[in-house]
Design a protein around this ligand. Structure first.
Ligand code: SF4
Ligand code: SF4
Length: 155
């Protein structure tokens, strides 16, 4: 069943990339799948609509649950990051205060690999942030604020 849910997530990602004007070949490259699979998705062939509905439900979960569940199902962090970045429609702004002590815990906790240390201070890219709050929750000095700035959810 997990394989089918992952296919449902890839289907939703395919639809999103198509809306952005990507060709079938580009979509296939982005998602690491065959072009023929992309064609099937776009033409509605051989699809498990139950799995697609489960995938749509996952997208409605809170960002942390969506991310963690996807990583468990996909079992590949790069592919997980790709699906999350395409299907997560919320946008976030990140603030790191001067109380940061540069411990690096937030670097290790970010499954999106979106945090680095620069001059012993956390540097977090708002564009790559999916809003899971794992970094914020684990920061020993409460130096991170993750703020949702919009919600363009489509499903
Ligand atoms: S976990 Fe907190 S204190 Fe540690 S580097 Fe990240 S922001 Fe700074
Ligand atoms: S909330 Fe923090 S841990 Fe989650 S994606 Fe954004 S930067 Fe990474």
């Amino acid at each position: 069943m997990s394989k089918h849910i992952v296919s449902g997530l890839k289907y939703l990602a395919t639809i999103e990339l198509r809306k952005k004007g990507l060709t079938q070949q580009k979509i296939a490259e982005e998602l690491g799948i065959d072009r023929s699979t992309v064609s099937h998705y776009l033409n509605g062939r051989n699809l498990s609509w139950d799995s697609i509905n489960v995938a749509k439900t996952m997208i409605h979960l809170c960002p942390k649950d969506f991310l963690v569940l996807t990583s468990v199902l996909v079992k590949d962090i790069k592919k997980t990051q790709k699906i999350i970045s395409i299907c997560q429609s919320k946008k976030f702004e990140v603030e790191v205060s001067d109380s940061c002590i540069g411990c690096g815990l937030c670097v290790d906790s970010c499954l999106m690999e979106n945090v680095s240390l620069e001059s012993l201070k956390a540097n977090i890219n708002s564009i790559g942030c999916c809003g899971c709050l794992l970094c914020q929750e684990g920061c020993p000095t409460n130096s991170i604020k993750i703020l949702e700035v919009n919600n363009d959810r489509k499903y």
